[in-house]
Design a protein around this ligand. Structure first.
Ligand code: PLP
Length: 453
């Protein structure tokens, strides 16, 4: 039986709370799961169940839950200066220290950061900066931004327009004009008649084709996540990024690498762009920047764009009340300091990532799994009806959601994107905890199979 306090909270939630990315009516019927506390890589619900959070919240709790140092950093900053802004000609120590630390950790050519409150706001900022840059360069007709189908860049109007999620585009009126989407490098889903290597090149060639269709003199930038997260942990073939890099250089088009998920260690480097050896002009960041403890994002700006905006731009009419919020900045700074002191990025690259890669791959033996892929600490499982052909289950069965719900029941948070199961655990996960994660995932797949019979 549901404990009374849980029932009460569920009723109030049903009566008053509209949840993000949720079918409001369906949730009202089912009732929500109430998370009350967390420690390390585990969350706890109102009924006392402990659940291994293999999604690190929403791909963000990189240092894990319950870090006292972050709580202290927030409390001390709130006592000292809970809020002040960075507009006009003011600043405060946490924003300055964070900016310096970020630029030290970022690739050498990135020496400026513009703070925002979230990843979506970071991408709104990107859109304005990119078009402003070309206008200042005397090429205001360079307006088009090319993104990718099934990419996620946020939920503000600019974020969802840059993203390539068709269901989002269908709601809430027209997208921002001047944004075009090309195919995604999703080999398992769309390219298996080719080798992964060939498919990566085909997807990069799609960029060149689109640039020529739109006119190179009209294309401002290409935006992409180094590894697509919300689209289903889509790890591009090795041939993809080098080919993309060549195309962008050939046509003098800016590269925006959306590091909101890949940044801060997820792929075993401070930034996903470093893993792939790409040199973006702009990098939106958020999530792992503060390990999700407080909301903060930003855009790291490369020297090429920054020098133009600074030397030729005059006032940039853009900013948020919470740009570089001191308490959020203090927590983000402490988060980055702890990551450095504890060697968290090295742990992902040398220990947890390789261990996950080995253990995760074993799940490919499961009768339901067509592919098990991972890179660093992001991974996906492709659930299929037929292993040999890769044929999917009928959509109406919603097998991914079934598996996700079973995971929750059995103590694991794994996200479903259609029939792709996704993980992105806290970066501090130990090898023993990786084993536990794989064991729970295996058991959930067995139970999913049993319920499909
Ligand atoms: N960009 C990427 C790659 C993301 O995954 C997300 C969120 O999941 C965003 C941007 C939007 O960030 P936020 O939810 O902080 O606005």
């Amino acid at each position: 039986m549901t404990p009374p306090d849980t029932a009460r909270l569920q009723q109030l939630d049903r009566d008053h709370h509209l949840h993000p990315f949720t079918d409001f009516k369906a949730l009202g019927e089912e009732g929500s799961r109430i998370i009350t506390s967390a420690e390390g890589i585990y969350i706890q619900d109102a009924d006392g169940n402990q659940i291994l959070d293999a999604m690190a919240g929403l791909w963000c709790v990189n240092l894990g839950y319950g870090r006292e140092e972050l709580v202290t950093a927030a409390a001390e900053q709130m006592q000292q200066l809970p809020y002040y802004n960075n507009f006009f000609k003011t600043t405060h120590p946490p924003a300055v220290e964070l900016a310096e630390t970020l630029c030290r950790l970022a690739p050498a050519h990135m020496n400026r950061v513009f703070f925002t409150g979230s990843g979506s706001e970071a991408n709104d900022t990107v859109l304005r900066m990119v078009r402003r840059y070309w206008a200042l360069k005397g090429k205001p007709e360079k307006q088009w931004i090319i993104g990718r189908e099934n990419a996620y860049h946020g939920s503000t109007v600019a974020g969802m327009s840059l993203g390539g999620m068709a269901p989002m585009h269908e709601q809430g009126g027209p997208c921002v004009p001047g944004i075009s989407h090309i195919r995604q490098p999703y080999w398992f889903g769309e390219g298996r008649e080719l080798s992964a290597e060939e498919f990566g090149k085909v997807c990069a060639a799609a960029l060149e084709t689109r640039i020529e269709e739109l006119g190179a003199d009209k294309v401002a930038a290409f935006i992409a996540e180094p590894v697509q997260g919300a689209g289903g942990a889509i790890i591009p073939p090795d041939s993809y990024w080098p080919a993309i890099k060549e195309v962008l250089a050939k046509y003098d088009i800016l590269l925006v690498a959306d590091e909101v998920i890949c940044g801060f260690g997820r792929l075993g480097e401070w930034f996903g762009s470093v893993h792939y050896g790409i040199e973006p002009d702009l990098m939106p960041i958020a999530k792992g920047l503060s390990s999700g403890y407080l909301p903060i994002g930003g855009v790291l700006v490369g020297d090429r764009v920054a020098s133009t905006l600074i030397d030729e731009g005059g006032e940039f009419y853009h900013g948020f009340t919470y740009s570089g919020h001191p308490t959020c900045a203090a927590v983000a700074l402490k988060n980055l300091q702890l990551m450095e002191q504890e060697g968290v990025v090295e742990h992902v690259r040398d220990v947890a990532g390789p261990h996950l890669a080995r253990r995760w791959k074993e799940l490919e033996q499961h009768p339901l799994i067509g592919e098990a892929r991972s890179l660093g600490l992001i991974g996906a499982l492709e659930i299929v009806a037929d292993k040999a052909s890769g044929k999917r289950f009928d959509k109406t069965l919603a097998v991914g959601n079934l598996c996700r719900d079973i995971c929750f029941e059995t103590g694991l948070v794994m996200r479903s994107v259609g029939d792709t199961m996704v993980i992105s655990p806290p970066l501090v996960i130990t090898t023993e905890q990786v084993d536990e994660l794989v064991r729970l995932a295996h058991a959930a797949l067995d139970e999913t199979m049993r319920r499909l019979e």
